[in-house]
Design a binder for this molecule. Structure first.
Ligand SMILES: [Zn+2]
Length: 154
């Protein structure tokens, strides 16, 4: 995996990014090609629109995660784990398990964040990041935590 351009910002080093990746199950990251830091303004400058307020993205066609604008180490880790969560949801979960999440578990309260309310995929990614980073300040419901423990971090 290529970890690129994190020396352009001061919140998280490339080594810290690779440490975060290494603490995850190998199948969650082994087919991700790269994780880049690139400010949103540079995408806009070349004609690629970036929705306001969006801090990261996962591009399935390139198997690449881009982190746009950072303000702290903890947010940087959360964004990277969240985007890996999208890869896991789309690629590692079986379609049967994805359906189970979408129909029975995701998209229902309690939510770990306001953003998790957006849709079932964002709920999954927010739960994945919370579970991965063991953020104690936000509460992961036992139903969602159990789904991750049994199906994702088995
Ligand atoms: Zn997302």
């Amino acid at each position: 995996m290529v970890i690129r351009d994190f020396d352009r910002q001061k919140y998280i080093s490339a080594i810290e990014v690779s440490e975060l990746v290494r603490c995850l199950p190998r199948e969650h990251t082994q087919n991700i090609q790269s994780i880049w830091y690139k400010p949103a303004s540079e995408f806009v400058a070349i004609g690629v629109p970036v929705e306001a307020g969006i801090k990261g993205a996962y591009f399935p066609e390139y198997r690449t995660i881009v982190v746009y604008d950072l303000v702290s180490k903890s947010l940087a880790k959360h964004i990277i784990a969240h985007e890996i969560g999208h890869y896991v949801y789309q690629t590692v979960l079986t379609s049967y398990k994805r359906k189970e999440w979408a129909q029975q578990i995701g998209g229902k309260p309690p939510f770990v964040s306001e953003y998790a309310r957006t849709n079932v995929a964002e709920d999954f990614s927010e739960c994945y990041a919370t579970y991965t980073l063991n953020s104690n300040d936000i509460k992961l419901s036992s139903k969602k935590a159990n789904f991750l423990r049994v199906n994702v971090f088995r």
